[in-house]
Ligand binder design. Sequence first.
Ligand code: SF4
Length: 325
Amino acid sequence: MVRGISLLSGGLDSMLAICLLREQGIEMEGVVFKSPFFGVKGAEKAAKQLDVKLHILDFSDDILSLVKHPPHGFGGAMNPCIDCHAVMIRRAGEFMRASGYDFVSTGEVLNQRPMSQNRRSLETVAKSSGLEGYLLRPLSAQLLEPTIPEQDGRIDRSRLGAISGRNRQPQMELVKRYGLTEYPSPAGGCLLTEKGFCRKLKDLFDHADGIPPVAEVELLKFSRQFRLPDGGRIIVGRNRQDNLALKALREEGRTILHTVNIPGPTAVVLGEIPESDLLRAASIIADYGDKGTLTDIIVKVITPEETREITVTPLTRETYQPWML
Ligand code: SF4
């Protein structure tokens, strides 16, 4: 039995690649990577629809190292796509060897993306991932160099695709052929392509000693964050759900602030914070609070060592806006 492992992003092309190979009796399984920047929901949904076994590999350390040192640089934000893609393929190759599959496949289509999916870049990825000869792109296979399983007859090349370019018509025909009912738009959803998120990420990397831990990166998903003038960093809740989640971080030994004499948001301090910035943090949540004309706002500061109350005057939005990440 010929067995292959296919990168399953959850996008249509990655699903069709599996369908095309299964049609000729090849046993296919899927693999997807998870990290703080992208999840596996789409792939899980696709695997369910295809009734294919899905392996989830943790990619957090790989992607964090690439964000720190991207050999081929970033795309439009902090997305090291060229390297990310190559490392994913390399990891899939390691998985292939360790688990005894015959090849790795992907849903890439020749010339679908002018920069990353032209003939040269597809060949470069195959070479640099160490998978040359074992990396199959079933949708475009007939237009590419034959892989080793095609050469030795384990895969029937004549039954693979010859799709090229951006026209989606051939894929739509395959959708009909395989009776796919749900097919999401191509993967997307990577936080490394979102400029707002990347501002916070850059700040974290700029202030970290080496590569920041995954737990710190996860906290960047809270939207309202500040880097204060003396180096302190805080997150301020935007809504009840945020406030509850931030309060829970107290259990991890983090410093929490919340207003006492008015309804207002919760803030959590990340890392060390000087007293000057702690007062600023209190004055920021005082301003976000429901203060009316009140000028003396009491804020409770809960640190792992003590709980105390301080009285502050709200800062004006113009003052703290520039500190927002
Ligand atoms: S968009 Fe994100 S997940 Fe996709 S290749 Fe780029 S960095 Fe990797």
